[in-house]
Ligand binder design. Sequence first.
Ligand SMILES: Cc1ncc(C[n+]2csc(CCOP(=O)(O)OP(=O)(O)O)c2C)c(N)n1
Ligand SMILES: [Mg+2]
Length: 550
Amino acid sequence: MTGGQALVQQLLRHGIDTLFGLPGIQLDFAFDALWEERERIRVIHTRHEQATAYMADGFARSTGRVGTCLVVPGPGLLNAAAGLATAYACCSRVLCLTGQIPSDQIGSGRGALHEIKDQLETISSVVKHAERVLSPEEIPGAVQRAWGALHAGRSRPVEIEVPPDVLERVADVTLLGPEAPGGAPPLELDLLEEVARLLGGAERPLICSGGGLLCSGGWDALRELSQLLEAPVLMTDNGRGAVSDRDYHAQTGVLANRALVPEADVILVVGTRFSMMRSARFRARIRKDARLIQIDVDPEEIGRNYRPDIGIEADAGQALFELCSRVVLHNRVRASRRDELVALAARSRERWAKASPLCEYGLALRAELPDDGILVNESTQVGYWNAGGGFPVYQPRTFLGYGYQGALGYGFPTALGAQVGNPGRKVISVNGDGGFLFNVQELSTMAQQRIPVVAVVFDDRAYGNVRRIQQLRMGGHTIASELLNPDWIKLAESFGVAGYRAENPAALREVLREALASDAPALIAVPMPDAVAIQGFYPPEPVPPRPTLA
Ligand SMILES: Cc1ncc(C[n+]2csc(CCOP(=O)(O)OP(=O)(O)O)c2C)c(N)n1
Ligand SMILES: [Mg+2]
């Protein structure tokens, strides 16, 4: 078989049935092999490589499976890199396949088409494992190693690059089984026993859980442990949905943090960088005599932001499952905290609602999205309100955020990938007018592939966040933050996408209902009234004057 066929056949062995790609001459033999297997692998071609990686990320984060993208080397891979950076930040299982220049020219600097210096090293900053393959025979092994890296320890994107002559060359290739090396570290049972005793004896235990819990798929064990301990679960932005917001144990946001952390005598931190503890104000809330336990699959994360009394390197789900069976043996009797926790969540919600008029828009989204629907939340004013705890989340992997990259433009293509991975479910993409135009070209992919995402664009005629900060901190003037927008409905329609307009939150609900029911690609433009647009999400704070040049 050709190297291209070897690559595709090995992907099939691992159960890959969807690939997001954009072709070019270095990939001809890979795409030809994909054509041969077109009944078994759906190829979704995008209009920009950035979208291939974001779509693979959305597919991966919403399904827990591997999302795959295929891009040309050099500029193609650099275009995809922003998507890989978000996948890296969000611990997403993205397999990025890319080309190279002909193998006999690599490193020669002669200026072959798409050549960049040190491609493998360049991409290493946004993947956990990168490898070049120099013969067809090596391809199955490379895919298997990548698979192992995707699944071992902390999941993060990986890259394989194959030069065009290797994709073309015919060789006797032995395909490998789907089993991959790696997996989770062995459980330290003695430590888990100690933790079970601590938790079992605690009066006011608290669990803090993050995105790592969702990566591990351990939400059933988390819910069971929270019930056994009658412990609230404080979820981070990235960890929302691990416990349903319909369950009174679920807590999120600043107010809950302020109420729950100071009273906790044992705190179990699981699958989160615990980054809030970088702030001295947060650290000060922890009781001096509280015992803190941190479980993370990445040993480097343990103690990075706060030193725990006990640190355990383990898969979150496996460790929690083990803890459940051990806690029952040591558990004290505790009164129900239902009333208190219901009241706390209600107070949090009410306070958050009052924090901003954007609340009405966020709640309109929730009201029309079914419990198992997926919301992809871009870095925009309504998005900040959602992420801060305003938007209730009812199921795991149904709220996808921007992670610490905060990369503008990630949202729309990520939503498309999530919809491809979840054909029966409703997907809403929340965007600002700034962020949406970063990947506006994917309206074409959406229409051509009939991906029925509903993209909502909040139009404040600005990079609102930037404008707000300029107005507050820079003496009231603005630079480079006012936007001239297209006619959204004409824009959508010119791509073959239904365009809607909603002037206020009530209209947004109605239009959302219609768009979601249509099961067809849609764009809803929401012009923000000036007062709401200018206020933005962040309430004004007093700011010291800056020095000006004489
Ligand atoms: C890739 C990238 N470039 C630039 C930024 C800086 N940035 C953060 S928010 C923002 C403005 C966002 O505007 P918009 O999408 O319209 O949302 P709004 O704040 O107006 O609601 C910018 C430019 C970023 N986060 N990511
Ligand atoms: Mg804007």
